[in-house]
Design a protein around this ligand. Structure first.
Ligand SMILES: [Zn+2]
Length: 386
């Protein structure tokens, strides 16, 4: 009897222990929640020493003085971020434009997936207002005298200065290995005998992240690094390179903001575009061609919203909101008329065309409609291009 029971148990347990398909593991890895880096008692039990005039609860630090106290610059960092193990999704991943977690960068965020900041490295698609760093902190007009702190909005700085590096024969390899952890490195210069290095990242946000992640850390020895912003390189070659880069980035930002078809046309990459547009934007009317801002417009002021992906949803939402707030288009009163008409027929009637021509004026944010309003209202309409 007993023997039989044992066998039954064995049979049962081997069934339960059947190995799960390996595919699952891959999926979990991709969408892994961020893990807490330290115990939750870590931060609350240790209020930071007063180094400023105002205590910022948000960042759990002092501000106003904008200066490390001498003692803390001699003390090793309390933690260190291990990107491969620590990063994962948090509440911030659901909210576009979220900032990165300063504590995560320093390796001491206890919140894990409950954190309201991002727990990952910044990438090329993370763009921030130039006045704010990737952690959401305001930049200043000038650098601090010691080049520490958040830095200046007057210059896009992708280079950090690292001092007090323990000097060894393999110092270049050591520096490269430790600093490559925080993003794509463009250039490293090491002053071998002085224990100083300049690390330039491809992206400003990665330089910001690295500066926080490596402050007061050690490399392969027990040194305590001194990490600062690098001052501007006085070499004219370097300055020209930097200027070119800023231009390229601006062009890239514009490319991303405009419709793809528009870019292709102005860059001449699509020779058929002109012809096609001439036909499409006439809307069956001889000699009429919709201007750029009408033809390429997206959003509710698009000429042919029915043909657009996502229109259905937008339209439904607009119907639901109709009695509620104004939908951000402000003074473009003429536009709903276009959309209503378009619903019952495909091609615009000539009276709709007249409305369309009016819409052309009001859809372009810089040309404020002068008709009904005084100068103050005209200023107001300038604001709606955000
Ligand atoms: Zn966090």
């Amino acid at each position: 009897m007993a023997e039989e029971n044992d066998q039954a148990l064995v049979a049962q347990s081997s069934e339960v222990a059947a190995p799960a398909p390996k595919k699952v593991k891959k999926i979990i890895r991709k969408k892994r929640p961020a893990r807490p880096q330290v115990d939750s008692s870590f931060i609350t039990s240790e209020p930071p020493p007063q180094t400023g005039n105002i205590f910022n609860i948000w960042y759990n630090k002092w501000s106003g003085g904008d200066r490390d106290d001498k003692a803390s610059s001699q003390t090793a960092a309390k933690g260190r971020c291990i990107v491969a193990k620590d990063s994962g999704y948090t509440k911030a991943d659901k909210i576009p434009g979220s900032y990165f977690c300063l504590f995560f960068a320093r390796g001491i965020c206890p919140k894990g997936q409950d954190c309201e900041y991002l727990h990952r490295l910044p990438g090329i698609h993370d763009m921030f207002n130039p006045n704010i760093d990737c952690f959401g902190r305001d930049k200043h007009s000038d650098y601090r005298d010691d080049m520490g702190g958040v830095g200046s909005f007057m210059r896009q700085n992708r280079t950090i200065y690292v001092g007090r590096i323990h000097v060894t024969d393999d110092i270049e390899e050591v520096v490269a290995r430790h600093f490559a952890e925080w993003g794509q490195v463009e250039r490293i210069r090491v002053l071998n005998t002085r224990g100083v290095a300049f690390i330039t990242y491809s992206n400003e946000a990665n330089a910001q992240f690295a500066k926080e992640a490596m402050a007061h850390q050690s490399l392969d020895h027990s040194e305590i690094l001194n990490v600062r912003w690098a001052t501007a390189d006085p070499n004219p070659m370097a300055q020209a390179r930097e200027a070119r880069r800023v231009e390229e980035q601006a062009a890239e930002a514009i490319r991303r903001a405009l419709p793809e078809a528009f870019i292709a046309e102005i860059e001449g990459r699509d020779p058929e575009a002109r012809k096609r547009r001439k036909i499409e934007s006439s809307f069956g009317l001889d000699g009429y061609e919709a201007p750029d801002d009408v033809y390429f417009a997206r959003g509710s002021q698009a000429v042919n919203p029915v043909g657009r992906a996502g229109y259905e949803l937008e339209h439904e939402q607009r119907l639901m909101n109709q009695n509620g707030e104004v939908d951000g288009n402000g003074d473009r009163g003429a536009l709903p008329a276009i959309e209503e008409r378009k619903e019952d027929g495909g091609i615009f009637s000539s009276s709709t065309l007249a409305v369309l021509k009016t819409a052309n004026v009001s859809a372009a944010p810089k040309k404020a409609p002068a008709a009904s309003s005084g100068p103050l209202v005209a200023y107001d309409s300038d604001d709606d291009d955000e």
